[in-house]
Design a protein around this ligand. Structure first.
Ligand code: BG6
Length: 469
């Protein structure tokens, strides 16, 4: 089987992780500009001040992407570059940068797939409560409208938010991302509701402009599986999927929150402050939402948590289903299993669980169009005679593309695959050590670029439309 011609083969990045130029050309300060400079918050104090300097080297990067044959580039816009204080004046130089980037992609026939929010919020808004403050919702809709109007003639694929569960749980429960708050369930659930409202309003605003593109949201996709068929553990997996999947996907795709979680929130005085108008717009937007983006890295293997233990520490690697965590309510824990494979950072490699999860997804959410907006292997790449020989990455991506092929054969409506990532980039908490890219960036040598073995391999896959996978 070949992938259909309208299936997009791409790669992805995010503004803070690649751009650098943190204080140039009128850009405002973002939460990450501040947070990454607090001692002890990131791996060896790394930050995105320069990152891989995509801001200045985007032409070179897009040219390399074209050499790889990428059909699409998913990147995010830095809100603070467009509206430095989040809610006020527009920065023309910020618009210029993205206009140029978009035009550069189109020059090579690369489809720009734009994420409006990949975690870098203007610091001014963060200081006013960030996503817990409803003012941020209105500011986001304003910012989204500015982007639609400036870029919508050429950008026809929009993602409102990247991985709400990650930035809200790390921001308000684990304290590992800005604003660095720990264990505040009230704020966590309020922030998620405000994000869903902002998504809904941004979808409706986009449709009102009649630009005839498509808009959706990207969520992490970490389906939970019980470690065995013990009913207690099976219940634990159900519970995990209610909080990790239904809470995030239901409002966007079904237009309402899962009753299972709402009941818990009501009983525990955690119900977000929501108005009927907000709930209505969430309902309306569900019909207008064109697709869902899934970021799949790993499943969760869960079992009932017998004795309440706290997670080891607050970090990225123990937050999104990676083994060794206890859920916030102490009901279940995620575990490492002897018969599974793991990356150096302890993330399970499980293409079979990907396929299984996609089947569960279809059973629950039907035929909504799906893009895999991230999937990839974080590794320390091997260099032999000046070539980056990232064979484990090739194997990883191949196995996941095979799972996608099987899913398509089973009638799952998959329309694109974006490897994470295009170039090597800054991992939020793991610095530059954890590499993901098709394009190597040499931090010891002027940030020089070089296509890795995986890039050449991906080129061939694209040319053959995956026939020989
Ligand atoms: C995804 C994010 O959750 O995971 C990316 O959308 C991130 O921004 C990626 O880089 C990999 O995470 P990490 O922690 O390995 O860099």
């Amino acid at each position: 089987m070949k992938f259909a011609n309208d299936f997009l083969f791409g790669a992805a990045s995010a503004s803070y992780q690649v751009e650098g130029a943190w204080n140039e050309d009128g850009k405002g300060i973002s939460n990450w500009d501040v947070f990454s400079k607090i001692p002890g918050k990131t791996f060896e104090g790394t930050n995105g001040d320069v990152s891989v300097d995509h801001y200045h080297r985007y032409k070179e990067d897009v040219k390399l992407m074209a050499e790889i044959g990428l059909e699409s580039y998913r990147f995010s816009i830095s809100w603070a570059r467009i509206i430095p204080d989040g809610d006020g004046e527009i920065n023309q130089k910020g618009l210029d940068f993205y206009n140029n980037l978009i035009d550069e992609c189109l020059k090579y026939g690369i489809v720009p797939f734009v994420t409006l929010y990949h975690w870098d919020i203007p610091q001014v808004l963060e200081e006013c409560g960030g996503w817990t403050n409803k003012r941020t919702v209105d500011a986001f809709v304003k910012y989204a409208n500015v982007c639609y109007k400036a870029f919508g003639d050429r950008v026809k694929h929009w993602i409102t938010f990247n991985e709400t569960i990650v930035f809200c749980s790390l921001g308000y429960l684990a304290g590992a991302h800005p604003p660095g708050i720990k264990n505040d369930l009230k704020k966590y659930f309020q922030a998620t509701h405000n994000v869903f409202t902002a998504h809904a309003k941004a979808v409706v605003a986009y449709k009102n402009l009649r630009q005839f593109g498509e808009i959706g949201i990207t969520h992490v996709f970490s389906p939970a599986f019980s470690i065995d068929n013990n009913p207690d553990n099976e219940f634990a997996a159900y519970h995990a999927n209610q909080y990790g999947i239904a809470w995030y996907y239901d409002p966007v795709l079904k237009g309402e929150y899962p009753q299972y979680v709402v009941k818990y929130l009501n009983e525990n005085n955690l119900t977000p402050e929501w108005t009927q108008e907000e709930l209505n717009i969430i309902k309306i937007a569900a019909d207008d939402n064109d697709f869902i983006g899934l970021n799949y890295y790993q499943p969760q293997r869960v079992m009932k948590n017998i004795k309440f233990e706290n997670s080891k520490e607050s970090s990225r690697d123990n937050s999104t289903g990676a083994p060794g965590n206890v859920s916030f309510d102490g009901v279940y824990k995620t575990v490492k299993m002897n018969d599974k494979k793991y990356t150096k950072w302890g993330w399970e490699i499980a293409p079979d669980a990907f396929l299984e999860g996609l089947k569960m997804f279809k059973a629950n959410y039907g035929d909504i169009k799906i893009y895999i907006t991230e999937n990839g292997l974080g590794d320390e790449d091997v260099i032999i005679q000046d070539e980056v020989v990232d064979v484990p990455r090739i194997k990883y991506i191949e196995e996941h593309l095979v799972a996608i092929k099987k899913a398509i054969a089973e009638g799952i409506n998959l329309k694109g695959y974006y490897a994470w990532s295009s170039t090597d980039l800054l991992s939020w908490l793991n610095g530059y050590k954890k590499q993901y890219g098709f394009i190597y960036v040499d931090h010891k040598n002027n940030l020089d670029r070089k296509i890795k073995l995986s890039g050449y391999w991906y080129k061939q896959i694209i040319e053959e439309r995956g026939e020989n996978l």
